[in-house]
Ligand binder design. Sequence first.
Ligand SMILES: [Zn+2]
Length: 270
Amino acid sequence: MKLKVHFPVITLLILSIISSTMQAQNNDRWRAGSLKELSGDVLFLVCFVSTPNDSWKESEKDEILVKLNESENWLKEQANQYDVNIDFKHSLLNNGDDILFDTIEAGMGIGNERVDWVYRVLKRIGYKNSKQAYRIIKRKHKTDNIAVVIMAKAGGTSYSMRYRKGYDKKKYFIEGTIIFDSYSNEAPMPIPAVIAHETLHLAGAWDLYTTYAQTADRQQKAHELYPDDIMLRVDHSLTNINIDKLTAWLIGWNKNQEDIFEWFRPSDYR
Ligand SMILES: [Zn+2]
């Protein structure tokens, strides 16, 4: 009898010790969706969305792909500093042709943006749903670590669309980000930094600047502790910013947890 009582307790203890040392975030969003982690093979599925009267020029698409490459190279360099290797692969959805929508609603950075962009894109190019698309794409590209990068010919605040356990897998399992080509006020978008910032969210990184979900005192503290972190600020030059130890911990690159880290948790990652 005694053994029967004690075994589960010991097992539980071991399990909780293992999970707390292996995961920076043990909530239901951590590594739940199609982008497992920023390490090893990472497949970006890139697509261009536009509206009938403002489509992408071929030269603009070429520029975007150069910027995507810059973003990937910077992420690789940052990863190397934490002894992590990333091997990016990318593939163009819809052969790189525009996917047209009547309107592209501007992201406003207020947390109520539409989160079904990946699903809409996948449906438009012929997939049944996100779960089926994941199965097919995984087999074709021989990797299960996948994110969609949607380049929108429109102004707005770029954002990422994360999966969490309990969401409809058929709609939301493949995670992605929508990158607007300028801000709503037409200010130029620092696209390489923004792609990296949004991709980092998919891997678990928190915003360190004031948002609808993050407070001003945390932004102030982040300025003191991690002044150049990409989750605090983006920059037109990637050489001015980095992935500091908090963000690196959140995405599983830095294994050295510090007490202060948890204090930065924003409300959209609870
Ligand atoms: Zn952000």
